[in-house]
Ligand binder design. Structure first.
Ligand code: ZN
Ligand code: ZN
Length: 245
């Protein structure tokens, strides 16, 4: 079986369509959606300006809401995998997208079998997606986070990933939020650029220059190996400069 991630082309474990890093990123997007929905909700509250001086006393008409936020928070239908051209995610609201995927994944889990306490092979009834925390964006996002490990073993994993990416991108452009990034001290072990970055939504520490990636443990080992030598070199250069001066 092909063991290449459908998204980033890194190697995956057998039976997976997405690698650990892409699964982690998709999970982080889902986990961040409830907070993003709250921010979008604020953009929907009409902004009322102060009453005009000498006017009739009525506040003037509320400023129009951000229609892009309305589009994302509104009702709508998601039709994952049924769009023949794969280009219909543009206007799908968040809740409809999450609900559509949750039901699709629940349906995909059928027919499912399990062995009961007596060791009898039984078939479970029709699975239907039902979030424990209510049918809100937060509820559906939590449901999908729980079933993401199953979804990454299915051929539609990349489609789910790309639609989540698209919706998160649309939201971030409106709410002006981006995942926190932190530059790390040590140079990249592959290209030597000082471009290693740790980002909230990433499983790895990634090199902005060459795309090399390290797990946090690998980074720590690499840093402990190279930084003392780099610090010694820097001190030597400083000492030489002072001697020359
Ligand atoms: Zn990947
Ligand atoms: Zn690099």
């Amino acid at each position: 079986m092909d063991t290449t991630c459908d998204i980033c082309r890194h190697t995956t474990a057998t039976g997976r369509y997405l690698c650990d890093a892409c699964e982690y990123r998709a999970g982080a997007w889902l986990a961040g959606l409830p907070a993003q929905a709250v921010l979008l909700g604020h953009l929907l509250a009409p902004v009322v300006g102060p009453a005009r001086r000498g006017g009739s006393g009525r506040a003037h008409s509320p400023l129009p809401v951000d229609l892009r936020a309305l589009d994302l928070l509104g009702a709508g239908h998601a039709v994952p995998l049924e769009d023949p051209h794969g280009d219909q995610t543009g206007g799908v609201p968040v809740a409809a997208l999450l609900t559509g995927w949750a039901h699709y994944i629940a349906h995909d889990l059928l027919p499912d079998v399990f062995i009961d306490e007596q060791g009898v092979l039984r078939r479970v009834g029709a699975a239907s997606a039902c979030p424990r925390t209510g049918a809100s964006i937060a509820g559906w996002a939590t449901w999908l986070v729980r079933y993401l490990p199953h979804a990454v073993t299915r051929p539609y994993a990349a489609e789910l990933y790309e639609q989540l990416h698209d919706v998160v991108d649309r939201i971030e452009r409106i709410t002006h939020t981006r995942p926190g990034r932190r530059h790390r001290q040590a140079p990249c072990p592959d290209c030597t650029a000082f471009a290693l970055v740790e980002q909230e939504t990433e499983l790895h520490i990634n090199c902005d220059a060459c795309g090399h990636r390290l797990t946090p443990d690998e980074y720590t080992a690499h840093r402990d190996q190279v930084m003392p030598a780099l610090a010694r070199t820097a001190l030597l250069m400083l000492a030489r400069r002072e001697t020359a001066a």
